[in-house]
Design a protein. Structure first.
Length: 162
């Protein structure tokens, strides 16, 4: 009977012990993904296009969804190069994108981030919406933004909770 109990506990440890390690890795991955997103907005505030560029895959896809003045839904494709140029070009006021209600999901080498945001030029409100990111872990183990889509509006915006 003792051998059977020992075998059971050894099996349970192997089965559930590996799950504990997997959860620890998942927690580290979530933190790493969150860091990429926070580094993006820090780089924008710092007007550091090199810092921002390092966070994106060279094949990144970027889209913005908004409603135009005629009330029509528009989906506009963006490009990384003009985005980086805009970030790195001198501007008097800091570009500050504040985020909240951030959800991070990770499975293996892919991640998804969904977050509310409000964008400010200096202290002046510009627009708000949702940022949706897809990230992938590269061969070196770094998380890169593969896809970024955002919505934009000027009304119905909540302020981030402090």
């Amino acid at each position: 009977m003792k051998k059977l109990e020992l075998l059971f506990f050894a099996f349970a440890f192997i089965l559930f012990g590996s799950d504990i390690y997997a959860q620890a890795d998942l927690g580290k991955d979530k933190q790493a993904v969150e860091k990429v997103i926070n580094d993006l907005f820090d780089g924008m505030r710092e007007a550091d296009s090199s810092k921002v560029k390092a966070l994106f895959s060279k094949d990144v896809q970027m889209y913005t969804s908004y409603t135009n003045k005629e009330g029509e839904k528009v989906l506009k494709k963006g490009e990384l190069a003009p985005f980086l140029t805009a970030i790195g070009s001198p501007h008097e006021k800091i570009w500050d994108e504040k985020i909240w209600n951030t959800s991070v999901m990770v499975d293996g080498g892919i991640a998804q981030v969904w977050t509310d945001y409000a964008f400010y030029v200096g202290a002046e409100f510009s627009h708000c919406g949702v940022d949706a990111f897809h990230l992938a872990k590269d061969a070196l183990g770094s998380w890169k933004i593969m896809h970024l889509m955002d919505t934009r509006r000027k009304e119905g915006c909540d302020e981030p909770k402090k």
